[in-house]
Design a protein around this ligand. Sequence first.
Ligand code: HEC
Length: 256
Amino acid sequence: MSESGRGTCACLARAAVTVALVAWTAGLVAVTAAGAPPQDADESSVWDGVYTEAQAARGARAYAEHCGRCHGSDLSGGEYRALRGDRFWASWQGTSVGDLLQRISTTMPMSENGAAAGSLGAGVYADIVAHILRSNEFPAGTSALTADSGAGVRIVPAGGATELPAGSFIYVLGCLAPGEGRDWLVRQATLPARVTSGQEIDLSMPPGDREFALKFVITPLGPLSGHRVAVRATLMGDGGVDGLNVTSVESVSESC
Ligand code: HEC
């Protein structure tokens, strides 16, 4: 399993395809660095160089002091979760650097009575996030990351948004229908949407064309057959190709 797969190898191919298409439609040959795909003008991403090398170096020292014992000295996990590679993508793809910074600066370092959370100061948290970005192989740039500058910076694979990776905690809305044997399916389902803490399910999402198999369902779903349901789950396989490892199924409407 490649540690930083999404950021590099698999995605360079995609980035190259995007660049080729853009060059073709524009009728000119664009020279675009690999890993820096074209972006909408008002949207930046982690591939645009959103922190500095000096900042990441400071962040590495602060990380070693305050975070490494729980998340591993090289961020690959230890007592708790990894902050790089596949686990990073599963937790953060589709969110923003601002979301990541916000989460860390309000909840970390974790401590028994919670007193350490938020104790480090805004600059130190930004430095630590710069170190996390560098460790995930996003390029450095010329201006330092701040709480303000991180807000609109999307965490997306090179080449643009793709399916959310396996292991992402998500929800979908769809029609509950019996599948093969004792299995259940959600049909006409929306794209998986990430569940961020405290977030409400967006019931206004229009029906989609996805179908997912529900796995590891504990409660009997017969009474909800034919309902429009909201399913909270962890994706099995990228985009949920292997099904949804279900946390909860709620009816949002009796008809679908
Ligand atoms: C005493 C142990 C401890 C320390 C120290 C600590 N953390 Fe954590 N961290 C946790 C736990 C526990 C969780 C929640 C669940 C888990 O990751 O297993 C967590 C979760 C996180 C997450 C969310 C991970 C995800 O995939 O959702 C991030 C990011 C994070 N920590 C960053 C940091 C940073 C940066 C520091 C240093 C400023 C830090 N942590 C210090 C224990 C710790």
